[in-house]
Design a protein around this ligand. Structure first.
Ligand code: TXA
Ligand code: MG
Length: 379
C-alpha cells in the first residue's frame, strides 16, 4: 500500500476525538495503531482483505503469519467461531478482558482469509485497555491487529516506538501512554481437553492452571520451542545442539502442540547482537561483566541489561536496569523499551542477565531468548 503518507497523531489529551476519528478511519478501510494493555497494535477491519493487506505491507510481515482479532466480548468471539468448547468459554470468562488470545475454529467467511493466513482457526482476544475497547465499540469492526512494529523489531510499548517504525506508512496512531504489561498476550489453543500454550505472555501458566482446575491440563512448550525457532532448528534437541547445552532445558515433546506460525520468524531483535547470560544468580554478575569486557576489547559498543540490584556495579557503554529481580513484571514492562534504547545509543553488543522464570518470567525469558537469537552463556 501507500509507502509515504502523513500519519495522524492523536495525543492522550484528545483521546475522545482521537477514538472517534480513528474509528472512522478503520471503518473506511484504513489502518491505525492503538494501545492495548500488552503492546501497541496495528489495527484494520478484519473483514476487509484490502485493509488487512495494508497491515502486512506497512509492517513488512510475512503473509503466512496470521493476525489476532480484537473484540468487544466473548459473544463477539462466539460470532466469529465455528463453535466454542466449554473449556474455551471458561478461559474467556476467566481472563477477558485481558492478555489472553484463544485460537478457535473460524466460522467460514467471518473474517478475511488474509487474517487467518488461510488456516481454519482464528486467534481472538478482548483487550483490557480503555482506548482499545472504545475503538472497538466506535468502529463496529472486529479489529485485526498484530503488534505495531516493523516485522522483526521489538514490539512498541509507547506511541513514539510506533512512529519510529511506522511513521509515514500508516494512517494514524492513538497515543494512550506506555502500555502496562509490556509483553504480548499469551496465545493458547484448546485441543482434546488440553490447553496448549503456543506463545507465553501476559497470562501465566500458573494462572491458566488455576482457572482450568481439574477440567483439563495446561501444556507449555517454553524454552525448547523458543530456542528451536531462534536457531532455525527443527526440534528442541537440535536447538540445544546448535546453541550449546546452555540453551536451556528442552521441554518433553511427548505431546506435540500445534505451532503458532509466528514463532518461526526472527522477533524482538535489537540492531546489535545480543547474548543472554543464564544460570546461578550468584555467578551471574561476574559472567556478565566478563562477556561485556571481552566484547569491548574487540571494539564493540556494549550495553548491559540487568536487574536493579546488580546494575550499579557493571561497567559498559550503557547499563540499563530492567527493574527488581524479585518483581519480573517490572522487567516485562521495561524490556522492549530497553532494547530500543540500546539501538538509539548505537550499542552493537548487548549482554543481558536472565531473570527467574516463575510467573511472567516465562514470557520474559522467551522474548529475551528470541531477541538474543538463541545465544546463551551459562554462568
Ligand atoms: O498482545 C498481543 O497479542 C498483541 C496486541 C496488539 O494484541 N498482538 C500481537 O500480535 O502480539 P502478533 O501478530 O505480533 O502476534 C500474534 C501471534 C503470532 O505468533 C501468530 O502466529 C499467532 O499469534 N497466531 C495468530 N493467529 C493464530 C492462529 N490462528 N493459529 C495459531 N497462531 C496464531
Ligand atoms: Mg508481533
Amino acid at each position: 500500500m501507500k509507502q509515504q503518507q502523513s500519519t495522524i497523531y492523536w495525543p492522550p489529551e484528545q483521546a475522545e476525538a482521537g477514538v472517534r476519528e480513528a474509528a472512522a478511519v478503520l471503518a473506511n478501510g484504513g489502518i491505525v495503531a492503538f494501545p492495548t494493555e500488552t503492546v501497541y497494535g496495528l489495527g484494520a477491519d478484519a473483514r476487509s482483505s484490502s485493509a488487512v493487506e495494508g497491515i502486512f505491507a506497512a509492517k513488512g510481515r510475512p503473509s503466512d503469519n496470521p493476525l489476532i482479532v480484537h473484540l468487544a466480548d466473548a459473544e463477539a468471539a462466539a460470532a466469529l467461531a465455528e463453535r466454542l468448547s466449554p473449556l474455551e468459554r471458561k478461559l474467556m470468562d476467566a481472563f477477558w478482558p485481558g492478555p489472553l488470545t484463544v485460537v478457535v475454529p473460524v466460522r467460514a467467511g467471518a473474517v478475511s482469509p488474509r487474517v487467518t493466513a488461510g488456516l481454519d482457526t482464528v486467534g481472538v482476544r478482548v483487550p483490557d485497555h480503555e482506548l482499545a475497547r472504545k475503538l472497538i465499540a466506535a468502529s463496529g469492526c472486529p479489529i485485526a491487529a498484530p503488534s505495531a512494529n516493523r516485522s522483526g523489531r521489538p514490539s512498541p510499548t509507547t506511541a513514539r516506538h510506533v512512529l519510529e517504525d511506522l511513521d509515514g506508512r500508516i494512517d494514524g496512531v492513538l497515543d494512550g501512554g506506555a502500555t502496562g504489561v509490556g509483553l504480548e498476550s499469551t496465545v493458547v489453543r484448546v485441543l482434546d481437553g488440553a490447553v496448549h500454550i503456543l506463545r507465553p505472555g501476559g497470562i501465566t501458566a500458573e494462572q491458566l492452571k488455576k482457572a482450568v482446575g481439574d477440567q483439563g491440563r495446561v501444556l507449555s512448550e517454553s524454552d525448547g520451542e523458543a530456542a528451536a525457532s531462534a536457531t532455525g532448528a527443527q526440534s528442541p534437541s537440535e536447538a540445544i545442539a546448535a546453541g550449546g547445552a546452555a540453551a536451556g532445558k528442552p521441554s518433553a515433546p511427548e505431546e506435540e502442540a500445534p505451532r503458532s506460525p509466528g514463532v518461526k520468524y526472527a522477533h524482538y531483535a535489537p540492531k546489535g547482537v545480543m547474548v543472554l547470560v543464564s544460570g546461578d544468580p550468584q555467578r551471574l554478575p561476574a559472567a556478565v561483566q566478563a562477556a561485556a569486557d571481552e566484547q569491548r576489547a574487540r571494539g564493540s559498543r556494549v550495553g548491559i541489561l540487568a536487574c536493579a540490584e546488580n546494575a550499579d556495579a557493571y561497567r559498559a557503554d550503557a547499563v540499563l536496569s530492567l527493574g527488581l529481580r524479585s518483581e519480573p513484571e517490572q522487567a516485562a514492562h521495561a524490556l522492549y523499551a530497553a532494547l530500543r534504547e540500546c539501538d538509539d545509543r548505537d550499542i552493537s553488543y548487548i549482554v543481558a542477565e536472565a531473570f527467574p522464570e516463575a510467573g511472567i518470567g516465562a514470557a520474559l525469558r522467551n522474548r529475551m531468548l528470541k531477541a538474543a537469537g538463541g545465544r546463551v552463556i551459562q554462568a
